[in-house]
Each structure stands twice: as C-alpha cells, then as structure tokens.
Design a protein around this ligand. Structure first.
Ligand SMILES: [Zn+2]
Length: 386
C-alpha cells in the first residue's frame, strides 16, 4: 500500500468509514441561554481520539462551502443576509421577518454563517466522495429544519438536503432519507416531498414543534411520517426499526441512504419527552450498516445534553466501525467527559457518574403502546401497497 491508496477495509475491499469534523464547532455557541450553547461535535472528536478510534487517515476536515455552492437549494438573498448578519452581528427587522434570523431560536452569533457553511460543505463533499461508494460519518450535519429562504429551528442551512442533491449529482438515483431525531424533518420534506426517487422516513415525537409530519402526511406518496407518543422506549424503537424502517429500505432498494441520527430522543435530553437509551440509536445504525447500501451518510442532528449527545454520537462511530464499546471507559476518555459543563440546566448540576465513565446507557425496554402499534400498522399497510 502506498501513501496515496485510500484506506481499505480488512476483508471486503470496501473503504473504511470516514469521519468529517471541524474545529469550528469547539468553541462555537448560539448564546448563553440557547440549547446549542453546549459542545457536541468536538466531544465526539475528542472521545473518539481518546478511545483510539479516530486515526488521522480516517478524519477529514470539513471544508466551508462557498455561497455559490449553496444556491443549489438556498436563495441568493438569504445567503447574502446570513453573511451580512454574521459580519455586522445584527439584522434589520425586515431581514428578521423575512429570513427568520435574529430570533430567539435562530440567533445572531459569531459563526452563524461559517459554522453552518462548514457543515454544508462537508455534506456536499460527502455526496461527491461517495460517488464510488462508501460510508461517511458527519456528526456536525443533520440540520433538517432549514428552509430555502429562511432559518428554522436552530438550522440556518439544510445540509441533509444539500447532501442528497450532491449524492444525486454524483450518480445516486434513488436516495432514502431516514430521520430518528425527536423533531420532524420539515425542511427535508419540503425539499423532497413528491419525488418518487426519494424515500423519506421520519420518526418524531407527536405534538412537538414543528407540528408537521402527521401520520396522514405522505408527502405525495414518498414520505412515511410516524409521530410517536411520549415515553417512547427501546422496545418500541426496535419494533419501528424492524417493521417500518428496514422493510421500507428493502422495498425501495436505494443507491444511497442518509441517516439523520439526532440525539434528542434519549431520556436525558431536555427538548423531548421520549425516553430511549442510546442503544436504540446504535441498533438502527447497525441494522442500516448491515443493509450494505452502496453509499451511506450518517449525520448528527438535535441533541442538547452535552453528555448524552457526546456519548451517543461517539457510540455511533464505534458502531459504524464494528468496534466494541467497553463497559467502562479508559481514563483518557473519562477526562473528556468530566471536562464538560452544562450551565443553566438542572441536570448539569450533579451529573450521574455513568455520564463520565461509560458510553452505553442501561437499556430502556418496555411495553408497546397501543397507539403506536395502531399507527405503525397504518404505515406498514401503506408500505405493502407501495
Ligand atoms: Zn431535534
């Protein structure tokens, strides 16, 4: 093997997964009171390195997308407004109303263009690099609420949409998008509803912002939306995985799968009332890996407890690489977790010890709620006719 050969897997000849990160996430904050005041991607980078799971040849620095590259989905006026807001650190009332920036959810902050443009750049590049097949992890991606002309739900640019457009431009015809964030992917559905070459599956908490993605919303036929009740447990997520997500992916036979793996559906997250353990997410990742789709891009998304998001997303990377997650972390990894702070949060005051010493949560299995079984039945019936 020469210096120029791509890293090869040990047995099947496929490339090993790549990790897209960036230092821009490390000290970037949406503001002292915003849920996105906590570090997330930098924790995953630090933990993965502390575990010996992220050698330099598997890491790629995310390139910042040029504004012109973003116009494949976003409007030039909006992109100009974002850049101007970053430069001036203020917006006019007209810009705030038109583009949704400078609000409580989508505040003015130091890297408000550069940070999302970095996540978008990685998503665009991932689509190109996956032209020949492979697996990429991009935990800074997954900003699924952004709209072509507006910021929405903490999201300024819609990197999942940009990734899917890039994948398509690079040869993927049939793209499946699976979203297990606690919130509905309204921006992605806006981008791909009615496209017969795209399958969209979203599992999200019922009666929660953005209040889209109703069970009856089929997006013109290609969208499967499953609002789930409060208290969703691991057993229920396993049923969703095995009776909806995997059968839909089997039926659709995608050239590319994009998995948005938001970490806000776990019990410790402050922004949802779902009660998964991180085992549920890892089991979805493992099952999708096992499908061996030609191209797979795994994105981050929501996740607002710095310990649960860092542990969950580091475990996603381990799962993507078939690495064994130890019961107790080595001291280097524990140091990363002990250095985290979660100010202005009740659960940040006395974090339980296992947030420092483990990656894996205790499983949270439980009964299947009748409503969920009923709603899943409606979607699987649709799937059988699809
Ligand atoms: Zn979310």
């Amino acid at each position: 093997m020469t210096d120029t050969d791509p890293p090869q897997g040990p047995s099947d000849g496929k490339s090993l997964p790549l990790f897209f990160g960036s230092e821009i996430y490390r000290h970037s904050s949406y503001g002292a009171h915003h849920p996105l005041r906590v570090p997330r991607v930098s924790t995953v980078m630090d933990l993965s390195r502390a575990m010996g799971w992220l050698p330099p040849d598997r890491y790629r620095n995310s390139p910042r997308a040029k504004p012109a590259a973003l116009t494949i989905w976003h409007t030039p006026d909006y992109l100009s407004a974002l850049q101007e807001a970053e430069a001036r650190q203020e917006v006019s009332p007209e810009t705030r109303d038109r583009h949704g920036i400078g609000t409580v959810s989508n505040p003015i902050y130091g890297e408000m263009f550069r940070r999302p443009a970095t996540a978008a750049g990685a998503s665009l590049l991932a689509g190109e690099l996956l032209a020949g097949g492979g697996v990429i992890y991009h935990p800074g991606g997954g900003t699924h609420h952004a709209l072509p002309d507006r910021a929405n739900g903490f999201c300024y640019l819609n990197d999942p949409v940009l990734a899917m457009l890039s994948l398509r431009r690079a040869g993927a015809q049939r793209i499946a998008y699976v979203d297990i964030d606690a919130h509905h992917c309204d921006g992605v559905e806006h981008g791909f509803a009615g496209d017969p070459d795209t399958l969209l599956i979203s599992v999200h908490e019922d009666r929660r912002w953005p209040f889209t993605g109703a069970l009856s919303d089929d997006g013109g036929g290609n969208c499967f939306n499953l609002p789930v009740p409060r208290g969703l447990n691991d057993s229920e997520m396993a049923l969703i995985r095995d009776s909806l997500i995997l059968p839909a992916l089997h039926a659709f036979r995608p050239d590319a799968i994009v998995l948005q793996c938001g970490a806000d559906a776990v019990e410790e997250d402050p922004l949802s009332r779902l009660t998964l353990s991180n085992n549920a997410h890892w089991a979805v990742v493992r099952a999708i890996m096992d499908l061996n789709a030609p191209r797979l891009l795994v994105l981050g998304g929501g996740g607002y407890n710095p310990w649960s998001v860092g542990r969950l997303w580091t475990g996603v990377w381990a799962t993507m690489n078939g690495l064994e997650i130890p019961d107790r972390l080595p001291p280097e990894a524990e140091t990363v977790l002990r250095a985290l702070r979660w100010d202005k949060a009740r659960r940040g005051k006395n974090p339980p010890d296992h947030w420092f010493t483990t990656l894996r949560d205790a499983p949270r299995d439980g009964p299947i709620q009748d409503q969920l079984r009923h709603d899943l039945g409606r979607l699987t019936a649709r799937l059988s006719r699809w």
